[in-house]
Design a protein around this ligand. Sequence first.
Ligand code: PEP
Length: 250
Amino acid sequence: MRSPLIAGNWKMYKTVGEAVELVEALLAGLGSTTDREVLVCPPYTALDRIGALVAGQPIALGAQDVFYEAEGAYTGAIAPRMLRDVGCTYVIVGHSERRQIFGDDDAQVNRKLHAALANELRPIMCVGESKPQRDAGQAEAIVIGQVHAGLANVTASQMQSVVIAYEPIWAIGTGDTATSADAQAMHAAIRRTLTELYDAETASGVRIQYGGSVKPENIDELMAQPDIDGALVGGASLKADSFLRIVQFR
Ligand code: PEP
């Protein structure tokens, strides 16, 4: 049984004080959530404070990116061990904004994923096609190519710690969501690929999140799809009421 994972990616929003306010509101509204996992990914500057706030609470802490080296002269970079140190248990790798703005390619995503796993961080590996790629009928080929490249040399046993997030680029921050049928079709294609790369049992244990303008209005229909195991939420995770409603999907 896959336990759904609802994650908030706060991107470059929230000062430390604003982050604390949001997490306090989430903790107050959350209640018990034994059948689903809740994760927040604040900016680096807020990780330490939020890590202290959510320790022992039903909210996990994740980072939005990580560098693959353990330490060294890498100005501006953050190592996996530093994320563990402040209480992170998850880290996003390969978000389309990292790929498009910061030039992360599949090989770097794969290195980051291995670095995360080596440091007991669960990587959430993002994959997704652009609008021109979808319009050209290439969506599945692009996404499956990213899955192959990102998972190079990852073992079946390591896959138990890996989460994949399917995030069509054209749906991120646009208000334009993939239909639940299109999202389900891509999730099923990803799971088939995992069966080919590993085996059916491994594939059926991997959580595949959907991301791209997830909001209170569409979460229930998305989560009703058999291969959608959670959501990676940007804009709608920045306010307590909308994120809580998403977490409380039915
Ligand atoms: C994201 O940041 O991963 C995302 C999906 O953003 P949004 O929910 O705002 O589309």
